[in-house]
Design a protein around this ligand. Structure first.
Ligand SMILES: Cc1ncc(COP(=O)(O)O)c(C=O)c1O
Length: 460
């Protein structure tokens, strides 16, 4: 065991079942303990500094010590630390936040429903869509289509929407009625000689084929992230969204924009939907909604979706859905303050001012012998490691090139995320040009270390 008895690491290994972690490896190796944060940096329990190039889990948009959010939380804790919003009860933070979200929505929206996490938000989406179609008498129109490698959460329904490789095996998922259409990654799945636009047409055609095969009367909604995050930062090919939306319209299939990562400036507009011309009927968001200082998520619905739901709740006597923590006042107060900060500091302007350097340095990594593709928009990006740049041949999975690369980055004081052999970067939106340079200087070192390791492995 690499840790001492009764140390925090030993106690963690003894008692804490970690999410997205190999439990046996964790018993052996223990955790990396993060103790504190400052700006875009976090510090481990040995005092070592790391540039947090993932903003935690694509979320701590204002970095790791925004005092105004601490004050917003403590002020609200003193005033009203908890109250619920069931059965006509309300409180000001919840009211103000709902109004603010509707005011800033990318398309006209009517109502907001609050939950605690992105998964709960998307679970709520599934239930509201089912409720909506029951209200319209379309009892068969219930299926959801999402995309291979889409990420929408881990509750039973949201994990069924999710299409990443690790979320179904072992869990008896997805549930019936949850379908996954093609992943629009041009670099990986574009055919020889196929243009980006032709690829986008093929993706939309595949979606249409799926809807027709299932029967349009059975397909309720299509849910997608404007840019797929956890699937490896897949930036959609040109014309993808206009073609997909035309198909959805044709068959009366709702568009749900999962803005859990893309919302609040990440892509260089306030919403990812704006960046890609998406006109969602329903939008889910979380993470940067509160800069992740408190757990809160939201689902916005258009008036066309709201009206049948409202009628149904009248007929049934109640909308039988809601969480103890729906619009938790402390979480709502922190979210409100976060949105106020975004406005005051012009967060979108900040992203746009630093994004050119971020993308320039990101794309420059494409010259590295290990990097097959670089992709990004705003302040979200990734590099894909390949064993052969010409043929795009991936590394054998057992080499774990991506994991090694992320570990080398950690050694250099940089936290990135390995998604297979893709390395993702989504730093806090407050990152400066100097810190962007630091990020990519360190990443360059990590790539060099990975190359050296792979050469040694090959020679052995
Ligand atoms: C696009 C997207 N949707 C939903 C979720 C689920 O959010 P949570 O982990 O808060 O449940 C995530 C989490 O990363 C996400 O990236």
């Amino acid at each position: 065991m690499p840790f001492q008895a009764n140390s925090p690491a030993a106690r963690d290994a003894a008692f804490f079942l970690h999410p997205y972690t190999n439990a046996r490896a964790h018993e052996e190796n223990g955790p990396m303990i993060i103790e504190r944060g400052e700006g875009v940096y976090v510090y481990d329990d040995g005092g070592k500094q790391y540039l947090e190039a993932m903003a935690g889990l694509w979320c701590a948009s204002l970095g790791f010590n925004e005092e105004r959010l601490v004050k917003a939380a403590t002020d609200q804790m003193r005033k009203l630390p908890y109250y619920h919003t069931f059965a006509h009860k309300a409180h000001l933070p919840g009211i103000d936040l709902a109004e603010k979200l509707i005011a800033t929505a990318p398309v006209p929206m009517s109502k907001v429903f609050f939950a605690g996490s992105g998964s709960e938000a998307n679970d709520t989406v599934v239930k509201l869509v089912w409720y909506y179609n029951n209200a319209r008498g379309r009892h068969a129109k219930k299926k959801f289509i999402s995309r291979i490698k889409g990420y929408h959460g881990v509750t039973v329904a949201s994990a069924s929407l999710t299409g990443t490789p690790v979320n179904h095996p072992g869990f008896d998922l997805p549930l019936p009625g949850f379908l996954h259409t093609a992943n629009p990654h041009y670099y990986r799945y574009g055919l020889e000689g196929e243009s980006e636009e032709a690829f986008a047409t093929r993706m939309a055609d595949d979606l249409e084929k799926m809807i027709l095969e299932e029967g349009p009367d059975t397909v309720a909604a299509f849910i997608a992230e404007p840019i797929q995050g956890a699937g490896g930062v897949i930036v959609p090919p040109k014309t993808y969204w206009e073609k997909v939306q035309a198909v959805l319209k044709k068959y009366d299939v709702l568009l749900v924009a999962d803005e859990v990562i893309c919302g609040f400036g990440r892509t260089g507009n306030y919403w990812g939907s704006e960046t890609f011309g998406m006109k969602p009927d329903i939008l889910s968001c979380a993470k940067a909604l509160s800069s992740s200082y408190m757990p809160i998520s939201a689902v916005m619905i258009s008036d066309d979706v709201y009206q049948p739901i409202a009628n149904q709740s009248k007929d049934l006597g109640v909308l039988g859905h809601g969480y103890t923590y729906t619009a938790h006042p402390v979480c709502a107060a922190v979210a409100l303050e976060t949105l106020k900060i975004y406005e005051e500091r012009d967060i979108v302007g900040m992203v746009r001012s630093v994004s050119p350097l971020f993308l320039e340095r990101l794309h420059a990594l494409g010259d590295h012998p290990l990097v097959g593709e670089t992709r990004g928009t705003g302040l979200i990006g990734a590099v894909e490691l390949v064993s052969n740049k010409e043929t795009k041949e991936p590394f054998a999975a057992n080499l774990m090139a991506g994991v090694h690369c992320a570990n080398f980055a950690t050694n250099h004081g940089l936290i990135v995320r390995a998604i297979g052999d893709n390395i993702a970067f989504t730093p806090p939106l407050i990152i400066t040009n100097n810190q962007v340079n630091e990020l990519f200087d360190k990443m360059q070192l990590a790539l060099d270390d990975t190359l050296e390791m792979l050469k040694k492995a090959e020679a052995a």
